[in-house]
Design a binder for this molecule. Sequence first.
Ligand SMILES: NC(=O)C1=CN([C@@H]2O[C@H](COP(=O)(O)OP(=O)(O)OC[C@H]3O[C@@H](n4cnc5c(N)ncnc54)[C@H](O)[C@@H]3O)[C@@H](O)[C@H]2O)C=CC1
Length: 500
Amino acid sequence: MAQFVAPSHLSDGLYFFHGKRQTIASEHTFKVYEPHTGQVVAHCPIADKHSTDKIIEAAHNAQPKWAELTPLERGKILNKVADIIRENQEALAQWEVRTNGKPITEARMDIASSADTFQFFAGVAPAALKGDYFDLPGPAYDRFAYTRREPLGVVGCIGAWNYPFQTCVWKVAPALAAGNAVVYKPSPFAPGSPVLLGEVLSAAGIPDDVYNVIQGEADTGNALCTNDFIRKVSFTGSVPTGQKIQEACAKRNIKPVTLELGGKSPFIIFDDTEIDNAVSGAILANFLNQGQVCTNATRVYVHRRIINEFTEALLKELEKLRVGNPFDEKTNVGANINEDHLKKIEGMVERAVEEGAKLLRGGKRIHPEGFENGFYFDPAVLTNLTENMEIVTDEIFGAVMLLLPFDHEDEVVERANKTGFGLASGLYTRDLRRAHRIAAQLQAGTVFINTYNDTEVFVPFGGFKNSGHGRENCVETLHAYSQVKSVYVNTQPNLEHHLG
Ligand SMILES: NC(=O)C1=CN([C@@H]2O[C@H](COP(=O)(O)OP(=O)(O)OC[C@H]3O[C@@H](n4cnc5c(N)ncnc54)[C@H](O)[C@@H]3O)[C@@H](O)[C@H]2O)C=CC1
């Protein structure tokens, strides 16, 4: 069992199979960018159907031995994974910054919570992966039934780029705890982190081929979804891709899917709120991870009576915002994932301004000294908006805060719910009765009251409506990575049967 040592570069080994980092021969490659410098750091080979199938087959062959271990035995290995992640938190966080461009202070939190995720599933699996017992007619010892919770086999996972390490862990930890093998396809925009996780898993003692990483774009993802050995797909990404994946998983076989998709979350600030608290909440809800967070609440509804005071306090606070070198401990906002994404955000802001929105700050690409070619965007605040503008209806996935005044509780709840998404929502008020009344009405998988963007591994995470289905981060997730078998038992073989 090799010890985990964080690599100095990842450029020539972005695959993980047979228990180690590898590369494959391929006619096609994609460029890997380092967001904070804007440099191309690797040309990653793309897995075609043949390479994808071979890696999946090896996972299929390796899975039964992993499944033979009891959940407690698997849990001991997963606890070692948590330990190794914690011991290497700084090195892994530095890699996360290089891969994604986020501030180092945020990357450290992602890595720490990833260790917690392994520890949590290692701990709960032995108690959660259990069966039931049922008495059948007659003496209980003659006839009864029981259920077993069994793994699914090989799980295919497809990830987004905004939390490259954490998204991978959220899928892999419960899948492995439940006795499955995993084949993971990261986003081509952030392909490195799941490979590092592979090295951590091997160092902890996960058998070869139980965890694997393949690389590629839509075709590789599709090859994963349509392979017969894949028994479930767990996906994090956009709604249009989620629709394609759900379709692909139904076409050839019937595969269960977990879909963690996009959002357009509302954040409601009532006029009894302490303004400074609401300002911090709104910043947290919008500018974390350069705004590239699926739960982010770009639609900030502020009661008309306090909107001027709130806006003034917000803009003053944002004067302190430091955008730039993500390795600098004082940086609040790092680099966006790539140039195309940055241009998409800039374009949405420009079109909103053309439609009559007023830009109160930021909204443009910036070139911090020493990092001129990195993908930096100065967080925007917009007002003078109408509900049907593209920027108010569509997911931005960038650091753009929209200020929308409201007058009445019923009106704001209706406006908040007027979206096809339903991932998260938030509200600030001192009136707790009102807070819970609104929490019950908001159509979203998570509601934050006087806080925003908290995530804990034991609290369910997932969407309502088009934001997806299935939950991550909770005991029930183990059920989504396992299946129930009912066993009927007759201990009295001579029991007479009457044929009528
Ligand atoms: N609900 C949640 O937990 C989260 C949701 N997201 C959402 O993810 C989106 C941003 O991530 P992106 O990487 O741009 O999303 P995306 O949907 O473009 O890509 C996600 C992944 O799917 C793969 N893919 C693309 N086409 C495919 C196909 N036809 N078959 C199989 N795989 C395919 C991509 O290569 C990538 O690995 C946003 O909409 C965001 O809201 C992001 C993070 C968390």
